[in-house]
Design a protein around this ligand. Structure first.
Ligand code: NAP
Length: 300
C-alpha cells in the first residue's frame, strides 16, 4: 500500500509517499480502505522530532473509509461497511489503515467530514468526562473555535451545560451558533468571563495551550477543576491535569457524535482537503495557520 511517511526529522520536504507492506488487523481491530484521513497539529510536531523519536513514521490518528478486513473478536461490522474511527498506531494517512474503535458513517456526512471527527470528538468527550461536566455545569473552554474546542462546546451543550468559549473576534458568531457565549482571549479575558458569570465558572478546559492556566484556576477556584489538552509544561508547573489518550479514551464519542450529526447537532468544520500525495503541502498550510478548520487528506 502507499503511505505518507518520513524517515528523518525536518521540514515538510521530509514527507514522501512510499510503498509499505499491507497491515492486517489484530484482535479487536478492523482494516479499512482509507478514503479520507485527518491531519492534526501534532503531525508537524512529530515530523519535527518534538514527540516520538522512532523512524520512519507514518502519521494519522483518524480516518474514514470502507471496511475490508475484520480481526478476531470483532462483531457488529461487515466488510463493505462505511466507518470512521481511530488508528491505534497513528498510521492512518495511507491507502489502508487499522482502526481500534470506530462507528458507522452517518448518511449526512461524507468521508472528509467523518475523518475530521474522531480525534477532536474523543479528546473533547474525554476531557469533559474527566472534569465532570454535566447538566447545569458552567464551563469555560479556552480555544473554543478550533476543532477540539468546537467539539467540546457542542458536547458540553448536549450535556446541558452553560458554555463560555474564548476565540478571536471573527469566530464569535460561529461560537454563538454552537450555543456558546463568546469572549475574546486577549488581555482582560478573566474580567470578561466574570462580567458574564460574576460568581465564576465550575470548570475550565484549555484547548489552546496559550499560557493562561493560572487565570483559569482563579476563575474556577480549584486546580482540579481545570484540564488542559495542549499545555504540557504549564500543567507540570501548575499541577493541573494534562489529558491525553493514555488517561482513558472516550471511545463512545464517535457513535454519539454520528448520531448527533444525523440531526444536525454536531459537526467539525473541514477547512481544506488535499490528495494524499500532497501531504507536504498540507503541512505547510497547517503550520502557516491560514486556513480555519480541519485539514483532511483524501485517498483515491
Ligand atoms: N491531549 C490530547 O489528547 C489532544 C488531542 C488532540 C489535540 N490536542 C491538542 O489540542 C490543541 C488544539 O487542537 P485543534 O485541532 O483544536 O487545533 P485548531 O483547530 O488549530 O484550534 C486551535 C484554536 O486555538 C485558538 N487560539 C489561538 N490562540 C489562542 C489564544 N491565545 N487563546 C485562546 N485560543 C487561542 C484558535 O482560535 P482563533 O482561530 O479564534 O484564534 C484556534 O481555533 C493542539 O495543541 C493539539 O495538539 C491534544
Amino acid at each position: 500500500m502507499r503511505a505518507a511517511q518520513f524517515s528523518r526529522f525536518g521540514g515538510p520536504e521530509v514527507l514522501e509517499i512510499v510503498d509499505l507492506p499491507d497491515p492486517h488487523p489484530g484482535a479487536g481491530e478492523i482494516r479499512i480502505k482509507v478514503r479520507a484521513a485527518g491531519i492534526n497539529a501534532s503531525d508537524w510536531k512529530k515530523r519535527q522530532g518534538l514527540m516520538d523519536q522512532e523512524l520512519p513514521q507514518t502519521l494519522g490518528y483518524e480516518a474514514a473509509g470502507i471496511v475490508d478486513e475484520i480481526g478476531d473478536g470483532v462483531s457488529g461490522v461487515t466488510v463493505g461497511d462505511r466507518v470512521f474511527g481511530a488508528s491505534p498506531y497513528g498510521a492512518a494517512q495511507a491507502e489502508l489503515a487499522l482502526l481500534s474503535y470506530w462507528a458507522p458513517i452517518p448518511n449526512s456526512l461524507d468521508y472528509a467530514r467523518s475523518a475530521a471527527i474522531p480525534a477532536a470528538a474523543e479528546t473533547a468527550a474525554r476531557s469533559l468526562d474527566q472534569l465532570g461536566v454535566t447538566a447545569g455545569s458552567t464551563v469555560l473552554i479556552n480555544g473554543a473555535s478550533g476543532s477540539v474546542g468546537s467539539a467540546a462546546v457542542q458536547l458540553a451543550m448536549e450535556r446541558g451545560a452553560r458554555v463560555i468559549g474564548t476565540g478571536s473576534p471573527g469566530t464569535h458568531d460561529a461560537l454563538r451558533l454552537l450555543g456558546a457565549e463568546p469572549v475574546a482571549y486577549s488581555d482582560g479575558m478573566p474580567e470578561r468571563v466574570r462580567a458574564i458569570m460574576p460568581s465564576g465558572v465550575d470548570f475550565a478546559l484549555d484547548v489552546a495551550g496559550s499560557g493562561v492556566l493560572p487565570e483559569l484556576v482563579e476563575l474556577v477556584g480549584a486546580p482540579e477543576h481545570v484540564i488542559t489538552v495542549a499545555d504540557f509544561h504549564g500543567a507540570q508547573q501548575t499541577g493541573i491535569r494534562f489529558s491525553h489518550g493514555d488517561t482513558g479514551r472516550a471511545t463512545y464519542a464517535l457513535a454519539q457524535d454520528a448520531q448527533m450529526a444525523e440531526t444536525g447537532r454536531f459537526s467539525i468544520q473541514v477547512g481544506q482537503t488535499f490528495p494524499l500525495t500532497e501531504v507536504a503541502h498540507a503541512h505547510r498550510v497547517g503550520e502557516a495557520g491560514t486556513v480555519r478548520g480541519k485539514l483532511v487528506l483524501l485517498v483515491d
